[in-house]
Ligand binder design. Sequence first.
Ligand SMILES: Cc1cc2nc3c(=O)[nH]c(=O)nc-3n(C[C@H](O)[C@H](O)[C@H](O)COP(=O)(O)OP(=O)(O)OC[C@H]3O[C@@H](n4cnc5c(N)ncnc54)[C@H](O)[C@@H]3O)c2cc1C
Length: 320
Amino acid sequence: MIKIAGLGVAGSYLYLRLKNAGFDVMASEIKREDYYIPCAYATNQIKINTLLKNIDIKIDDYILTHADNIRIGGNGFSGVDFHSSGLVTFDKNLYEKDLLKNIDYTTQPINVGRDDIIIDATGISRYYLGQIADDLKFYTIEYLTDFSDKKDFYFFFLKNGNGYFWSFPLKNKYHVGVGSVNISDMNMVKKYNRLKITGRMIRMKPLFDNMFNDNVIGVGESIGAVSPLTGEGIVPAIESSEILYQAIKKYSNINDIKECYYNDIRKRFNYYNALYRLVRNINNGKVFNLNNVMAIRSAKKSMNDFGIDIKFKTIFMHFI
Ligand SMILES: Cc1cc2nc3c(=O)[nH]c(=O)nc-3n(C[C@H](O)[C@H](O)[C@H](O)COP(=O)(O)OP(=O)(O)OC[C@H]3O[C@@H](n4cnc5c(N)ncnc54)[C@H](O)[C@@H]3O)c2cc1C
């Protein structure tokens, strides 16, 4: 049996994909019904729609705001405007709630049997995979607010690549938040009117060499499928689940599934390792470095994947 722990975007997608294909699958999820999910709700409409077609869901039903102008500032940038190539906010709380309605799950821990495949989709906690020593997690805090001084999508990158502040519109409200290596940066949101407050650590390091623990296989944020530059984790989480689904469909032996999944995750997300090294170099003041120049292409790709139509020259100048 395939047992999935965690029904966030990664686990719920994988559950429905497997169930609809006739696999014997069960799931466990612990969040309360009224839990306000810590997330800025931004995604690339085109990319997420392509994936969600596989489970007969249209993201269009959940969209709150389409990006028109995207302003990126910080680190010597007074602010540069970009066009959108699909960036939107969507109601992720409602989306996850709706998906749960179609899933028969338990709130109890999974009973790990020797013959089962256990999927760890527990995100930051890696509850079944276990923690690793040199992980990298940033602090985050986010307010739901009714007023922001930025009307469209706004990113402000902090000094030394330490993280960023965001203000994203949600129809007539906003998410303002900050993710940073420094807890003191959480003060940046204090000036806003707080309708709701949320936050949790976010994994900023790809853990593609730590995706397995015996018969446990990780997907989504548990394996660091999060852009080390933008913190984008929704589409990457669903993509990792799709990659695992394809491996499970192809092979019945768990070792073959693991090998296929490992190789395909590497193919799709290896550029996150280059991005991680880029961000760490900048954190450590190593700005003028040949590897950084090579990684700028990865930075551009990560921005484009998120739905921001950014040009190579502009991103190059940001890091110099
Ligand atoms: C403040 C903040 C803002 C963000 N903004 C964006 C954004 O705008 N766009 C974007 O693309 N990404 C964003 N991200 C990242 C993105 O939200 C995550 O990377 C993505 O949701 C990960 O999906 P997941 O399914 O792997 O994990 P999660 O969404 O974290 O889901 C994990 C699930 O597992 C459950 N769980 C945990 N432990 C157990 C257990 N022991 N047993 C059973 N269930 C368990 C949890 O309740 C949860 O439902 C943001 C993250 C943060 C923290």
